[in-house]
Write a new protein. Structure first.
Length: 491
């Protein structure tokens, strides 16, 4: 624990939903839900307006629609979220060399290591300046917590939501934590909370008073000891600038179970390609390929294969994932597929044997005139690519339209300019034409194959952001700034 509240935790407010509202003037002040829109989709983020109806993250999308039928339901636009996240992380990097990102919208910052704060007054000043800078650069709001430890800084930012700042003054930690529910502490999930409840412990104060020995008896040495330290307000974990990723993976949940083996294999190959794209974007390679299959009965199987060396070759990863699929029975149907790569490295070991095999295979297929059927398999369908009679066909026109025109995604029309998809169906796509700094726009409907309409990249949320390249300036530092015993909160 530090004697000064120089660990900062930033948590952007309802990040995905707030970014969508900032980009779409017609949705400001209205309930917005972002996530998978299929019958098996889940909520990624709900705006504060939607949360009033009981919608929250990780909720099944079908349940969210029942609670808030009139909300706007949008497919995530990760390219936008990443670009905004990069802007926020760049600001944090100006405060300290020790920035520990937890996700696109959340990070710890060690202000003392950056020389930007060393006491209560300077920490509070930099927290308020950070919130102002984020608003000026991105148009969004974030909540800031300041404390002498990571645990307390994160608790403070949660208590400050939305769009607030809370500083936990040194010496007030125990009093602040005491009445909070046990689930406030990191590592206490529903099962642990229920176990503690049965032992008569429902608040953090109950844990502190129970003593370490009792918590070790209930939860084991590692978990029990850690929980007692946190309940006493002690957390010495440092802010770590580099959090080394252990794996890269992608997965998809399907609206209806997949039964066609050829379709399952093609989806696995598509996921393998997406996984390699992420791998290369991170400038990494991996040695172990992992396949995840969730079947119709919710049973989940994982299979893995370790290669001779790290690779970022899409062909190698596709072939490994396909081999793993051969060992899985998918007869009853598949709900979810995932492909991942673990054992990450910063270099790639070329697999000459695999490359040579690929070349021989390609040459043989070309000689046989079957190169155009290589990915689907020699018996996947007729020579013109159509399925054999009685076999499941490709995706329907409506499914293809939903893929091309996801709700909430950006489009551009030759006549009407930039807009976003409100929905698609029955061969039509409905678009609202507006931009982040415009008034709410008009709605028009087009055929899904209209040549004047095409997908577009997201527009910046702030057209001319304030230049913070010289920020932060020198800050006032005072070791006698008064802070109440319960902490200080600023809206």
């Amino acid at each position: 624990m530090r004697a000064a509240p120089t660990i900062l935790h930033l948590d952007m407010d309802a990040f995905y939903a707030s970014a969508e509202q900032a980009a779409k003037p017609s949705l400001r002040g209205k309930p917005v839900v972002v996530g998978g829109l299929g019958p098996r989709g889940v909520v990624a983020t709900a705006s504060y307006e939607a949360r009033r109806f009981g919608v929250h993250s990780a909720m099944p999308m079908a349940q969210a629609r029942r609670l808030a039928p009139n909300a706007a339901y949008l497919v995530p636009r990760f390219s936008l979220y990443r670009s905004v996240s990069d802007q926020v992380m760049e600001l944090l990097g100006r405060l300290s060399p020790l920035v520990e990102p937890l996700s696109l919208d959340e990070a710890f910052v060690d202000l003392e290591a950056g020389g930007t704060a060393d006491d209560t007054a300077s920490a509070l000043a930099i927290g308020e300046q950070l919130r102002e800078a984020i608003g000026a650069v991105t148009g969004l709001s974030g909540s800031v917590g300041l404390a002498g430890s990571k645990m307390l800084a994160k608790i403070a930012s949660e208590e400050a939501k939305p769009d607030g700042i809370l500083l936990i003054a040194p010496g007030t930690e125990r009093d602040l934590l005491a009445p909070m529910p046990v689930r406030t502490l990191p590592g206490v999930g529903p099962a642990t909370a229920d176990h503690l409840r049965r032992a008569g412990m429902t608040t953090v104060n109950d844990l502190a008073e129970a003593g370490e020995a009792e918590l070790v008896r209930l939860l084991g040495k590692a978990h029990g000891g850690s929980l007692h330290r946190m309940a006493s307000g002690r957390d010495d974990r440092p802010v770590v600038a580099e959090r080394d990723a252990k794996s890269v993976s992608v997965e998809d949940t399907f609206d209806t179970d997949l039964h066609d083996r050829v379709r399952v294999r093609s989806e696995v190959e598509r996921l393998a390609d997406r996984c390699v794209q992420r791998l290369r974007a991170a400038e990494r390679s991996g040695r172990t390929v992992v396949l995840k299959v969730r079947r119709y009965d919710f049973s989940t199987l994982t299979r893995s294969e370790t290669l001779r060396g790290p690779t970022d070759d899409p062909t190698v990863v596709r072939e490994a994932a396909a081999r793993l699929l051969e060992s899985v029975d998918t007869t009853g149907g598949v709900r979810l597929l995932g492909v991942g790569v673990t054992g990450l490295a910063d270099y790639t070991q070329e697999d000459l044997f695999a490359q040579a095999a690929d070349e021989r295979t390609a040459a043989g297929l070309a000689a046989a005139g079957l190169a155009d059927r290589a990915e689907a398999g020699a018996d996947a369908g007729t020579d013109d690519g159509r399925p054999e009679p009685g076999e499941p066909g490709p995706e329907s026109a409506e499914q293809l339209a939903a893929r091309r025109w996801p709700a909430g995604h950006d489009v551009r029309h030759d006549t009407h300019g930039h807009g976003w998809v409100q929905g698609s169906g029955v061969g039509r796509v409905t678009v609202r034409f507006e931009e982040p700094e415009s008034a709410p726009g008009r709605v028009r409907t087009f055929r899904i194959d209209d040549p004047a309409l095409r997908p577009a990249d997201p527009l910046p949320l702030v057209r001319d952001p304030v230049d913070y390249s010289s920020w932060p300036a020198s800050l006032p530092k005072s070791r006698s700034g008064p802070v109440s015993s319960g902490g200080e909160s600023r809206p």
